[in-house]
Design a protein around this ligand. Structure first.
Ligand SMILES: [Zn+2]
Length: 214
């Protein structure tokens, strides 16, 4: 791992799930908010303790429930997501909350990103770029930390193979091939351990097979 990122891994659902925190120069970035405010409160305490009172930017890699339920803890912060992320949470959020309620951590109030974008946002002084990387879902975004050469790819990369269907395989491959061109050494997914580009190649291979089978 680079020297300004902290990876929090949880295992309350059937797979490990990540929250990644980047201690920037003037801001702290919290990538994904997992299952609810009670866990985010602990992460917030850790941030205050380790990094001081820098303002926090929250980033949602996509709209799925296992990555957004802690948003409400940060309701007075800026929460960044793709504009389709808001639309998707509005369409599926309540249903998912009901369906997976046994996993809720704390008093979850569905909270949408309040800063949205179409293609990319760059924090020039922080060396952080957030950009649209459709694949796993149409609202998937990825975060590049140029300082640490880390790519946080959300659920676009998975071990051992990606969760996708034939309809989005083509777009998915395109996004992953773009990842390979990035000047990064470390790849982290929403549910992976710390990996490198070989995982991206493996995921592309799987998607190509899926695309080519009848
Ligand atoms: Zn997920």
């Amino acid at each position: 791992m680079g020297n300004r990122g902290t990876l929090f891994q949880f295992d309350d659902i059937e797979m490990i799930t990540n929250v990644y925190v980047i201690n920037g120069m003037n801001f702290v970035f919290v990538i994904d908010t997992y299952l609810g405010p009670s866990i985010m409160e602990k992460i917030d305490l850790y941030i205050k303790d380790q990094f001081g009172n820098k303002p926090i930017f929250v980033i949602n890699t996509h709209h799925d429930w296992d990555h957004i339920w802690g948003n409400c803890y940060f309701k007075s912060s800026l929460i960044i997501g793709h504009n389709l992320c808001v639309k998707n949470i509005k369409e599926t959020g309540l249903k998912a909350l009901e369906e997976f309620k046994k996993y809720i951590k704390g008093n979850v109030i569905l909270t949408y990103p309040n800063v949205t974008f179409e293609s990319k946002i760059k924090f020039e002084d922080e060396g952080i770029e957030i950009y649209h990387t459709p694949g796993h879902t149409n609202d998937s975004i990825s975060i590049i930390d140029y300082h640490d050469k880390v790519l946080f790819a959300g659920d676009n990369v998975e071990e051992p193979k990606p969760y996708l269907n034939k309809e989005n395989a083509e777009q998915y491959i395109k996004t992953l091939e773009e990842y390979l061109k990035l000047d990064v050494d470390i790849i982290i997914g929403g549910h992976t351990n710390v990996c490198n580009k070989s995982l991206i190649r493996k995921n592309i291979e799987y998607a190509q097979k899926l695309l080519n089978c009848e």
